[in-house]
Design a protein around this ligand. Sequence first.
Ligand code: HAM
Length: 419
Amino acid sequence: MSIQKPKGTQDLLPGDVEKWQYVESKAREICRKFNYKEIRTPIFEHTELFSRGVGETTDIVEKEMYTFLDKGDRSISLRPEGTAGVVRAYVENKLYGEPDVSKLYYIGPMFRYEQPQAGRYRQFHQFGIEAFGSVDPSLDAEVIALGYSFYKEIGLKEVTVEINSVGTPEDRTVYRQKLQEFFAPVKHLLCKDCQSRYDRNPMRILDCKTDQKFTEGAPDILEYLDEASTSYFQSVLEHLHGMDIPYRINPRLVRGLDYYTHTAFEYKAAGIGAIDTIGGGGRYNGLVEQIGGNDQPGVGFGLGVERILLVLQAQGVDVPKPNPLDVYLIGLGEAAEKEVTKLLYQLRQQGVAAEKDYQGRKIKAQMKSADRFQATYVAILGDDELARGEITLKKMATGDQLTVSLADLAANAAKTLFA
Ligand code: HAM
């Protein structure tokens, strides 16, 4: 029996992978403009990083991590998200010693053992950014604006920013009590997960799909923020307003990771059904310290690449096609075929995208390949042309023909023909 890919993973084949390249290149482009630099961290880390960083009581750590003992009996986990690893690298490499705010970005695979469905995979990819070393609300707004303009620039329509403040741990102590009081009468009716969340992390009940009916009338966190947290939140909103970034305050937005303080936000898109959150993030002022660094604040987001591609497709957005092949060379006869091999190499060295047949097929089949590769030109070299030191190129779109010397093609084609 043939072997198949593990459940919840995807092969990205030619034809689709170009869309990924497009999204990735747009991510790099916007990070350049906002002055974020790329960081690449390991795909696996010590499990403790995630239990300490993401939080023991989160679904991610409790149920969704790919965790195993390596041959040295160390507990290792595939990264379920990007922030914890970037924080570890920030601390380990002492990036906090730098005078400027550290602004970092990453693009790569993450792993969560979830029930796969459209938009939810076990291996998925995130484009994420993390900015460390400032508690200026303009940085929160910048992070939100970067994601918003990224979505706009790749062509997504109807992206909404939902925003909330989850305050400080002190704000939340009071709020948690209020929530427990509110849910106490219905505690026995909540789902099993939420019954255990009730004691450990009652805010997560607000996020539970099954128990939505019990959340109506629940107290809003915004009413339990102290003065400083309230004015921080207001200031983030003012900056967003100043940049003309539309947002909707959602006091029920709690996010599934434990590290957030103050700003929490999500991007929602229309047209992809129930799983409409295409990205999310927020501020995490205590995380660096929790992971063993000094007291440096941070803020960032993670955007799901698969979900972006689903929205692009659902909204019928055209992704620019990559350049097709410049020329397909056909050699007729042994001597011409040898020359074609040489010529092909010379063209490629000049930067021309060129291809030939490798299966000894008839000219008709080779012409079909040229068509399939959407070659701009096809050029046939026979013994006669070879003897004259010339080759005729045919422009596939118009049928126009052009004869050039082999020497000229080998030396100048990139500048003349394919410029
Ligand atoms: P998150 O909300 O867990 O946040 O994930 C961010 C995004 O990753 C989601 O909005 C979604 O687009 C995508 N995503 C998550 N799980 C899956 C999945 N199973 N399949 C497909 N896509 C998925 C974080 O990961 C935080 N680290 C974000 C952050 C960065 N906060 C601060 N800095």
